[in-house]
Structures are given as structure tokens and as C-alpha cells.
Design a protein around this ligand. Structure first.
Ligand code: MG
Length: 337
């Protein structure tokens, strides 16, 4: 049995990045049931890639016949069938693939991280993201983020300097910067990165637009800090062409199409000697915990989407001093709140 329903996740603070501003997020929650076992998964549509909750539900409904006739124990086959059937709304595939991984783990009574051989003691610390806001509000959010040792700061509008000065006024924590494609000129980007290095920034995510790959190759040769691709990468097939333009990639399961593709991306990035970050959208603890299961295999984590919402329907991975603790339960280990 398959069901998919939209739930509205409310944001604690209006969430602003260089291209958008939101007060809530409509995500799709998927349940798959067979042999008395229920698997659950979440799809978080991303407008940048032409996704929305209604279309996501439509895609889930379209693959109902595939899910009815396949043996989920052969989950690689299910993935191949979904990859062929769904060519947009990658988040729909992610929600289904996550639900199948949850189902498999529950069926065999093992946590998903055991199925993929990931060492639960090796999870990285997650950063906590501070969205773009007034300087006063950003400083308040930084104070509220006291339990998190690493901050991610969104830049890329016209007040980068004002923001970074305000950040450094209130904290000396490790800071990562995400420009969300906000810098269009490569010379300017190089100067900004040089300046950010003097402020103790660890790395910069997606400094320039995804369609300016030649500028990124130029920038990588001169960059004072590691550069991490986000908007430039969706799934494993994108990674090869990015190896000369970035030092690392940000894997988001919603863009990749699910945890199985996430693992392929990890293997591909490692083979190309790229650093790996695991990121997220605005998501509940269900999708965040799904990503966290893969995190022992990556260098950096930015899995904080659930911390930014006020009505999280689920309980899963917990965070202590930034360190992520995976739940011991079978499958994804996520339960209703
Ligand atoms: Mg990003």
C-alpha cells in the first residue's frame, strides 16, 4: 500500500537566502506498506529545480504500478525503474527510495547504517545555518545557536561585509559561507574569498552561478579557500565535470533522488579525490535522519533543516555539541513525535 500526503512545516524565522524568502515549507510524506511492515520517507520539493508538492504527489502516484509489482528486497532494481519513470521531481524519488530503505531495515530488523556498513561513531559535527536577516536578528540567531560549534552563514546579496562584520562581532566559532550563486563576477568572487579567509572562514559553498563553470575553473586556481559545489551538482552524473572547478561537493538526497544515489555520489566523489559535504533542504527529522545515516562517509555535514522548523512531526537523529547521534531503531529509526 502506498500513500503520499502534504504537510506544512512552519519555519521558526522567515528563511531568506540570496534568491528567496519563506515562512513555511510544504513537504510530501510517503508511506509504503507490505507484509505488515511500514516504511516512511519524505520529499522536500525545491523550487529552483521546478519542483512543488502537487507535482511531487503526481509523480509518486505515477509510479504506483512499479511499486506494486516489484520485490522491494531488490531495491537496486526498484531504483533503476524509478530513475527511468521519474525525470523531474527528484525529491519524489528520494521520498520513495527513503521509504524503501526504511522498509528494508525494518523487514530485516537492522538500522539502515548497518545495511550500508557506516560506522555510527564516525558521524561528523553538523553546522547550523543562519539565514539572511537584519544584522540584529542575525546576531540574535547566532546567540540562540549557542549549542552548535559550527555556523553556516548565507551571503550573496549586497551586504556581505555588513553581515560578516556582525557575525565576527558576536562569535569566533568556525564559520562556513554559502553564497548560493550570488557572486556573478569571478574577480569579485576571488577578492571576497581572500577577504573571508582573513575572517577565519573554513570554506565557501557555490560562490558563482551553476552555469558559469568556466569562471569556476578560473576561480578554483586562485581561491584562498576550498570551494564546494551545491547548485552545480544534483546526482552522480554531474560530478566528473566539476572536479576541475570545485574542491568538494554538497550532496543533498532530495536532489540526488535518494539514499541509494547518495551512496553512488559518495563513491564517485571519493574516486575523484573530492571532499564531501551532506546538506539538506528545509526538512523534518525524517529526511534529516535519512541523510544522517550516510554521514559517517562524508567530511562535513549541514543537516539542520529540522532545527529551523517549529512543528517537526518526527523524532530521529539527535545532536549534542554539534555531533550527530544516529537512532538505534531498525530502518531509518524515525518515529512519530
Ligand atoms: Mg548551499
Amino acid at each position: 500500500m502506498l500513500t503520499a500526503q502534504i504537510k506544512r512545516l512552519k519555519l521558526k524565522d522567515t528563511w531568506t537566502i540570496s534568491r528567496s524568502s519563506d515562512d513555511f515549507k510544504d513537504n510530501v510524506f510517503i508511506r509504503l506498506e507490505k507484509d505488515g511492515v511500514t516504511g516512511i520517507g519524505e520529499a522536500a520539493p525545491n523550487f529552483r529545480y521546478g519542483e512543488n508538492a502537487e507535482l511531487t504527489i503526481k509523480r509518486v502516484e505515477q509510479v504506483r504500478p512499479i511499486l506494486e509489482k516489484t520485490d522491494w528486497r531488490n531495491f537496486g532494481d526498484v531504483k533503476s525503474a524509478l530513475d527511468e519513470a521519474i525525470t523531474d521531481q527528484s525529491c519524489a524519488k528520494c521520498g520513495i527510495d527513503s521509504a524503501i530503505m526504511d522498509w528494508i531495515g525494518k523487514k530485516y530488523k537492522v538500522p539502515y547504517f548497518r545495511l550500508i556498513g557506516a560506522n555510527p561513531a564516525a558521524t561528523p559535527k553538523t553546522s547550523y545555518s543562519i539565514g539572511i536577516d537584519s544584522v540584529e536578528n542575525m546576531q540574535r540567531k547566532i546567540r540562540e545557536a549557542e549549542p552548535y560549534p559550527i555556523l553556516k552563514i548565507k551571503l550573496g546579496k549586497d551586504n556581505d561585509e555588513e553581515i560578516m562584520n556582525a557575525v565576527r562581532e558576536v562569535t569566533d566559532k568556525t564559520v562556513r559561507v554559502d553564497a548560493n550563486e550570488g557572486w556573478k563576477d569571478r574577480q569579485l568572487a576571488a577578492e571576497k574569498i581572500q577577504w573571508l579567509k582573513t575572517l577565519g572562514v573554513e570554506f565557501v559553498e557555490q560562490p558563482m552561478p551553476a552555469d558559469q563553470l568556466d569562471d569556476m575553473i578560473w576561480l578554483k586556481e586562485r581561491s584562498a579557500l576550498p570551494l564546494v559545489a551545491d547548485e552545480s551538482v544534483k546526482n552522480a552524473s554531474d560530478i566528473l565535470k566539476l572536479a576541475g572547478a570545485f574542491h568538494g561537493i554538497n550532496i543533498k538526497l532530495m536532489k540526488s533522488g535518494g539514499p541509494q544515489e547518495g551512496l553512488r555520489m559518495i563513491a564517485m566523489a571519493r574516486a575523484l579525490d573530492l571532499k564531501i559535504m551532506l546538506g539538506c533542504m528545509i526538512e523534518s527529522s525524517l529526511a534529516i535522519t535519512t541523510a544522517a545515516q550516510l554521514s559517517p562517509y562524508v567530511d562535513w555535514a549541514d543537516l539542520d533543516g529540522n532545527l529551523l522548523i517549529s512543528n517537526d512531526p518526527y523524532r530521529g537523529m539527535t545532536v549534542q555539541d554539534g555531533k550527530m547521534n544516529l537512532p538505534e531503531g531498525p530502518g531509518l529509526g524515525v518515529s512519530d513525535k
